[in-house]
Design a protein around this ligand. Sequence first.
Ligand code: FES
Length: 75
Amino acid sequence: MPNHGGSNFVDAEINGESCSSPRETSLISVFKYAGLILPRFCFHNNLAVAGNCRACLLEVVSIEKPVAACVTDLE
Ligand code: FES
């Protein structure tokens, strides 16, 4: 996930499509901005993030193990 030379936005690629999102945005929110709704059980915008159910697990190219999208920020 390259950055924009010190800006607060980060480039990412979701299923082959490029997108840009503010740094430190949760991956579940990045997907939402890209028009993709991930499965979720324990995540709600108005509640503290628990990250327990694992329904939102994603494979990220630069990370060895699957990550929970609701507790992992785009950096
Ligand atoms: S929605 Fe439950 S771990 Fe992400």
